[in-house]
Design a protein around this ligand. Structure first.
Ligand code: AMP
Length: 112
């Protein structure tokens, strides 16, 4: 598979953000959405995504504003602590097809 360089709106998370597909929402703000993974790898498996269009972690870090990056990671902590009541958890982000990324809208997995 080619490394994706352009954001492709034909991905499931873009459709979830735009209410073209349903999701089991955990948390939503103006800039962030968190929802349960459709195929959970563990008892708790939630995906956190920025609503803006970034392909993956590398695209996000390279092109987002620093306060946007900070806010996103602060929101992840809020989702884990306040909305999922987790003390211990794992964060994973697959960056690029060779890492196992299959949905090309940046997302972080919260797994516990
Ligand atoms: P990644 O391999 O990091 O790209 O992970 C993509 C994740 O998205 C996988 O864990 C899938 O189970 C999950 N996924 C795919 N489609 C949906 C969907 N419609 N709703 C929720 N999670 C999904």
């Amino acid at each position: 598979m080619d490394i994706k360089k352009e954001y492709d709106k034909n991905n499931v998370f873009y459709k979830i953000i735009n209410n073209q597909l349903p999701s089991k929402k955990v948390y939503e703000s103006d800039s962030v959405l968190a929802f349960h993974d459709i195929n959970p790898a563990s008892k708790v498996h939630v995906l956190v995504i920025p609503k803006k269009e970034y392909i993956n972690y590398s695209d996000f870090i390279s092109n987002a504003q620093k306060d946007e990056i900070a806010e996103f990671f602060i929101e992840i902590e809020k989702v884990a602590k306040e909305y999922l009541n987790l003390d211990d958890y794992k964060l994973i982000t697959n960056c690029g097809p060779k890492s196992g990324q299959v949905v090309f809208h940046f997302h972080v997995h919260i797994i516990a």
